[in-house]
Design a protein around this ligand. Structure first.
Ligand SMILES: [Zn+2]
Length: 298
């Protein structure tokens, strides 16, 4: 049995999978925000709870926002900032009495979808989370590309390619730079764009609904978003040439992206034809937790 944990900013989820990826048990609790020790206990509590539910013990994989720094062994790059600089990779295995594997949450999405999701069987897979932020992960022949800095696939803080007009230098990003992909393609960025174009303050899902209803401003806003996403993914296609690009996160529910964006990315890709497919994550919100379980598949 494989147990996956998805440590999110608002909830922590656990799932236990059998060999055939059937769900044996599932639990979730609210994340004890701003409290590292309580977060640690909550994760351990979930592991024990799903083991009781399933009546078996399992391996444990954990998906986290950010990653474990190969340089220090401590959590880095986490927007759950109370985890940064903490020795999670040392404390949790000690608490559970077994080895634990950790990965970035977007890497877990990539692994989940490449294993038995929307990109199952595809040799090269890029997965992007379009939500509160813009994470990314790469799986090649079923294996995660973690990288020597543990930032493989992290495209969100690259500059938006081919910026035009007001896109340069672009909005300030929390990472200290301007014009990062995340400042154009996250959910809050889309909402901000709609607002600054004269729209009311609503979230990405609301903008998508308005566009479907014929709201011209929402349609223009999504067209701008799709063009930016095409540019940002075009540079990914040039570097790793993925068979499939899987999209997860809240904005993956915007249906029109999957037809619109592949029609727009050709000018940014160095190829006569582009066979890369753009698809929505098959496991939805569960991709992260399933991918964490799959960290023990090899
Ligand atoms: Zn940034």
């Amino acid at each position: 049995m494989r147990i996956g944990i998805d440590l999110g900013g608002t909830k922590i989820e656990a799932v236990a999978l059998d060999e055939r990826s059937n769900v044996l048990a599932r639990r979730r609790v609210a994340t004890p925000r701003d409290d590292y020790d309580a977060t640690l206990s909550a994760i351990a509590g979930l592991v024990h709870a799903v083991e009781r539910d399933a009546g078996a013990s399992g391996t444990v994989g954990v998906g986290i926002p950010g990653t474990i720094s190969p340089a220090t062994g401590l959590v880095k790059n986490s927007n759950s900032t109370w985890m940064n600089g903490r020795p999670l990779a040392e404390d949790l295995p000690r608490l559970l009495g077994r080895p634990v594997r950790f990965a970035n949450d977007a890497n877990c999405l990539a692994l989940s979808e490449a294993t038995d999701g929307a990109a199952a069987g595809a040799p090269i897979v890029f997965a992007a989370i379009l939500g509160t932020g813009t994470g990314g992960g790469v799986v090649v022949n079923g294996h995660l590309l973690v990288g020597c800095n543990a930032i493989g696939g992290e495209w969100g803080h690259n500059p938006l390619p081919a910026p035009r007009g007001a896109e340069s230098p672009g909005p300030a990003c929390y990472c200290g730079r301007n014009g990062c992909i995340e400042t154009f393609l996250s959910g809050p960025a889309l909402a901000r764009d709609y607002g600054s174009a004269g729209g009311v303050t609503i979230d990405a899902a609301g903008i998508a609904r308005r566009a479907e209803g014929g709201d011209a401003r929402a349609i223009e806003c999504l067209a701008r978003y799709e063009d930016r996403l095409a540019r940002a993914l075009g540079s990914i296609i040039n570097v790793i040439d993925p068979d499939v690009i899987v999209v997860g996160g809240g904005l993956s529910n915007i249906e029109r992206l999957y037809a619109a964006v592949p029609k727009l990315w050709a000018p940014y890709v160095f190829s006569d034809a582009v066979r890369t497919r753009l698809v929505r994550a098959a496991h939805g919100d569960s991709s992260g937790v399933r991918g964490a379980a799959w960290l023990w598949k090899e």
